[in-house]
Design a protein around this ligand. Structure first.
Ligand code: NAD
Length: 294
């Protein structure tokens, strides 16, 4: 068998100090996961209340572990102390890898990445947790695009094992290697994929949602479809999954997929995701999606 180099066999230095930009759902999750696995992390946001929410979430998860007897109080304290909240870039000079997890807006991300690049070491890695924005497009805002890649976690970060490591055209092997090593150190399963709309997972998931939409348009009941897919062996059906992901997030990703693969992914008329979006039934985040949440 011919051995194909995937680039990430390059020897990676261990990430000793990480940072995350954004203390939201994903940033807070990344901080918790990194700290739990022993890698200290700076957690930067632009407002104090967001940082507090990120810390509260980490504390809540650790308290759950403590209650179940998986960790003791000392371990809980050590873990939480590994998360250093900050509103500034002070101390970013010593960081090996930065995960960018700010809002899903290309202009904001480009600005934040370019700003961060000025505060980190020349060989530090910058990795974006974007779900839908092209890594090559974001790389254009950087002076050192070779040190940049995607690092796409799934929500909730502490539960979802997969991480897509996305290689842009200019990403170096060393950058991929370090990002893969960090994902592994976090207890995750990294896969390396090229930059394209939807990366890998969403290219599988969105045609599936398209099939689900077609079933409902044909008169199927979403509860029945969910039950069938659970019997098929999946942990949850498509309606519940969309509620967890967030219909607004799914709607945006659906548009990106349709623009990226017009012959396969664009659809005529209103899909079920469009319909739910226009009804502002965003799923668990606003307590009403396919199901109701109180
Ligand atoms: P969120 O809105 O919960 O959090 C974003 C955080 O970024 C906020 O706390 C905000 O204050 C902060 N922020 C904004 N500008 C900033 C700046 N200049 N510097 C530092 N912090 C800043 O968003 P989220 O759901 O955590 O998503 C973050 C990223 O992760 C997005 O790119 C999103 O597409 C991606 N993502 C989200 C999910 C998901 O299910 N939520 C899954 C995978 C990837």
């Amino acid at each position: 068998v011919k051995k194909v180099s995937r680039g990430y066999e390059a020897k990676a230095e261990k990430v000793k100090q990480a940072a995350v930009l954004g203390a939201g759902i994903m940033g807070g999750g990344v901080a918790y996961q990194s700290a739990s696995k022993g890698v200290p992390i700076l957690m930067k946001d632009i407002n104090e209340s967001a940082i507090q929410l990120g810390l509260d979430e980490a504390n809540k998860l650790l308290a759950g572990q403590l209650k179940r007897g998986r960790i003791d109080a000392a371990k809980m304290a050590t873990t939480i102390n590994r998360i250093r909240p900050t509103l500034s870039y002070g101390d970013f000079a010593t960081v090996d890898l930065v995960v960018e997890a700010v809002v899903e807006n290309q202009k904001v991300k480009a600005m934040v990445l370019a700003e961060t690049e000025q505060h980190i070491a020349d060989d530090a890695v910058l990795a974006s947790n974007t779900s839908t924005i092209s890594i090559n497009a974001l790389a254009k805002s950087l002076k050192r695009p070779e040190n940049f890649c995607g690092m796409h976690f799934f929500n909730p970060v502490h539960m979802m094992p997969l991480v897509e490591v996305i290689r842009g055209e200019k990403t170096s092997d060393a950058t991929i290697a370090r990002t893969v090593a960090y994902a592994s150190a976090m207890g995750k399963t990294p896969i390396v994929v090229n930059d394209c709309p939807g990366f890998l997972v969403n290219r599988v998931l969105f045609p599936y949602f398209g099939g689900f939409s077609g079933l409902l348009q044909g008169g199927a009941d979403f509860r029945q479809v969910d039950k069938v897919m659970e019997r098929f062996g999946w942990p949850m059906g498509p309606a519940y999954l969309l509620d967890v992901v967030g219909i607004d997030t799914a709607h945006h990703a659906d548009e990106v997929m349709a623009a990226g693969f017009p012959e396969r992914m664009s659809h005529e008329g209103e899909s079920i995701i469009d319909r739910m979006f226009s009804l502002e039934r965003f799923g668990q985040k606003n307590n009403k999606g396919f199901y109701r949440y109180e």
